[in-house]
Ligand binder design. Structure first.
Ligand SMILES: Cc1cc2nc3c(=O)[nH]c(=O)nc-3n(C[C@H](O)[C@H](O)[C@H](O)COP(=O)(O)O)c2cc1C
Length: 184
């Protein structure tokens, strides 16, 4: 049987992003149960309908990665009680039909959502809004379990390196659930 493939989309472009580090821990947890790639989309331009067709190379590349994946796992920070603009821009691109014959790449795609923040909210509001957005696009959202991690700096060392201690069992549970959810 062909190996499952998960792609992770991190809603932060920051090099030492906690959410990016969280995605790397998730990759370790998934291990050899699925191929797990973190999508690099820093070169995706701001959406402008004047440049939509033919799609820019970066957009085409990300679409191909998503099409080839069995599931998409979002790791997002919260910016001003929403998901970051870079993530909205990417999803706006992904929401557009690939061509006259081909609909957009998120339709029915299994999706999981996690997020970490230094504050007390744990990205809950951003996640709720992301669920709304992805549901609008007919993605198949795994609503439970989701993972919201508040006070993330309590799970890092003094250099900001993520240790993931108390949240580890929850991340493991979410990974197990998502692998199952993708099968359904
Ligand atoms: C523009 C901006 C808005 C933010 N708004 C929120 C917020 O609404 N809630 C929150 O918990 N943290 C907020 N933060 C703090 C982020 O949670 C923090 O910078 C976090 O480290 C970003 O995630 P990352 O480490 O994955 O880059 C905000 C940060 C920025 C830059």
């Amino acid at each position: 049987m062909e190996q499952k493939r998960i792609v992770a989309i991190v809603g932060s472009l920051r090099k030492n992003s906690y959410n990016r580090q969280l995605a790397l821990v998730a990759r370790d947890i998934v291990g050899d149960r699925a191929i797990f790639d973190i999508i690099d989309y820093a070169d995706v331009p701001m959406l402008n309908q004047d440049i939509e067709y033919p799609a820019p190379d970066a957009v085409r590349r990300v679409r191909e990665q998503i099409k080839a994946a069995n599931g998409v796992w979002f790791f997002t920070p919260e910016y001003n009680h929403s998901y970051p603009g870079v993530l909205k821009n990417l999803i706006d691109w992904l929401s557009r039909p690939v061509s006259k014959e081909e609909r957009h790449v998120l339709i029915k795609k299994p999706v999981a959502i996690s997020g970490a923040s230094p504050g007390m909210g744990g990205t809950l509001i951003a996640q709720d809004l992301l669920v709304m957005l992805l549901s609008t696009l007919n993605a198949s959202v795994m609503n439970a379990p989701r993972l919201t991690i508040p006070n993330i700096t309590q799970q890092t060392d003094e250099t900001g390196h993520l240790l993931i201690t108390t949240s580890l069992p929850y991340l493991q549970k979410q990974a197990d659930s998502f692998l199952e959810f993708m099968e359904a």
